[in-house]
Design a protein around this ligand. Structure first.
Ligand code: PEP
Ligand code: MN
Length: 357
């Protein structure tokens, strides 16, 4: 249930609502929106009567939230969630479509720095790269671990790009959080509740990927675990699901984008690389994802895709990536959004790169 306060409600009136709810044994989450303050009540609501809250000073009305995810629901917060990553370097969830790009795995210092420079030059805003890799086979490359995180930090120092990297266990979270601007929770860990609790206790932005057999509702319930632990800086990512179709690695469920935008206020990221599994299909689905309303894209790119240590088949070359970025700008403008700067402006980063490289 949410208690919607009047626009001019005082801090004392909001405090009284919180105290009454907590005296009834429910957990409260005040949500301060642009136009209104809402106090979300979660937990066992059997002793809570709407009428008694409706009668309190400063209360406008109360609404029962139908969805099982309460804090992630758009009913609770009608406006989009927008938050900063990398200390304000990038804003996720606003009018800019944020492109995150980089290799599946960090392989060497040179590989990640070369890629990072290409990412920045092309106008993408976040560098991706896996240091801890959750691989289907235990015999596949598992990532460089701490060394990979150090190389990512070097690439950030050279380009200024914030970094997104995957955290696979609760034990390694402190180490990964020391380096990552965005913590990625992979598809295989969507329902790793211990990990969801742990990242929920931080304030670091999190990108939660949809599991291969996860429904949209299950994905949002997993986001709810993070948000209900106090971390509202969550974006959810459509990366394809398992179906009977074998022509693509996964079935990229693009309709998840408008569905989630409708039912939740959380920013939505689309990953056409894992979504399709083949680089020749990535540009079309990346453009489609922007057209469908994704707030961000995450793309796998590599200086030498055919020799990548993981996911080379779905990785774009740096040249293919540059071409795609130019096309994506036009798609974004067609729906009154933009990529890298105001509509119509071109990236002015070449000189900056020359200075720091
Ligand atoms: C990845 O981003 O490289 C990755 C492992 O993705 P997913 O968890 O979606 O498989
Ligand atoms: Mn990958």
């Amino acid at each position: 249930m949410i208690v919607i306060m009047k626009p001019n409600a005082t801090a004392a009136e909001i405090g009284a609502v919180i105290r009454r709810a907590e005296s009834l044994g429910v957990t409260t989450h005040p949500i301060y929106g642009d136009n209104r303050t809402v106090v979300a009540l979660v937990g066992d609501l059997t002793r809570v009567s709407r009428e008694s809250f409706n009668a309190m000073d400063g209360v406008n009305t109360t609404v029962r939230i139908q969805e099982p995810y309460k804090l992630a629901s758009r009913t609770t917060r009608p406006e989009n969630s927008v938050f900063d990553v990398g200390g304000g370097a990038v804003r996720i969830g606003g009018p800019e479509v944020v492109v995150m790009a980089g290799p599946c795995s960090v392989e060497s210092r040179d590989q990640i720095v070369e890629t990072a420079i290409a990412v920045k030059e092309a106008g993408a805003k976040v560098l991706r790269g896996g240091a801890f890799k959750p691989r289907t086979s235990p015999y596949s490359f598992q990532g460089l671990g701490l060394k990979g995180l150090e190389y990512l930090a070097e690439a950030r120092a050279v380009t200024g790009l914030p970094i997104i990297t995957e955290v696979v266990t609760v034990e390694t979270l402190p180490m990964v959080a020391e380096y990552a601007d965005i913590l990625q929770i992979g598809a295989r860990n969507m329902q790793n509740y211990g990990l969801l609790h742990a990242v929920g206790k931080t304030q670091r932005p999190v990108m939660l990927k949809r599991g291969i057999s996860g429904t949209i509702e299950e994905l949002l319930m997993c986001a709810e675990y993070i948000v209900s632990n106090g971390n509202y800086n969550v974006m959810v990512c459509e990366r394809g699901i398992r179906t009977y179709e074998t022509s693509t690695r996964n079935t990229f469920d693009l309709s998840a984008v408008p569905v989630i935008k409708h039912t939740s206020h959380l920013p939505v990221v689309a990953d056409p690389s894992h979504g399709t599994g083949y680089r020749e299909y990535v540009p079309a689905m990346a453009k489609a994802a922007v057209a469908a309303g994704a707030d961000a894209l995450i793309l796998e790119i590599h200086p030498d895709p055919d020799n990548a240590l993981s996911d080379g088949r779905q990785s774009l070359s740096l040249t293919e990536f540059r071409k795609l970025m130019a096309d994506l700008r036009r798609v974004a403008e067609a729906i009154d959004r933009f990529i890298d700067g105001e509509p119509g402006t071109k990236p002015a980063v070449q000189e900056e790169i020359a200075q720091v490289a």
